[in-house]
Design a protein around this ligand. Sequence first.
Ligand code: ZN
Ligand code: ZN
Length: 142
Amino acid sequence: MMKGKCLCEAVEYEITGSLGPIYNCHCSKCRRWHGSAFRTRASINKNQFEWLNGSKNLSSYKSSENVTKFFCKTCGSPLISTYENKPEILGIPLGGIEGITEANIEAHIFVGSKATWHKITDPVPQFENWPVSEDAVRKTNT
Ligand SMILES: [Zn+2]
Ligand SMILES: [Zn+2]
């Protein structure tokens, strides 16, 4: 079991089981949302995730037709993403999760829109956009 929280600690969550595929997303939206070179995120099944505290302190933003981002309305920390076309899956940034000792980054995704000032120096595979089907995500996670 893993726990995570936002910067002001008003919102806390718990994840059971293991994380699905972990990607570094280099798209311009993730860059702006996180204020960093890229977003390291995992997919998990919705039933692996529970808010422990502060679910009333959430705000949300529909960043595209398919994606809604949830964040703490006090401190602004990015928390989860939900997908209209994959309602059983959540996206979660690893930075807010505590106690992760090892993470296998499977891919750099959306490298076509990577920050010009950031250099990818590891041998992890790079993709122009999303590398796996929803089925692959589901399989990894069950
Ligand atoms: Zn907060
Ligand atoms: Zn992205």
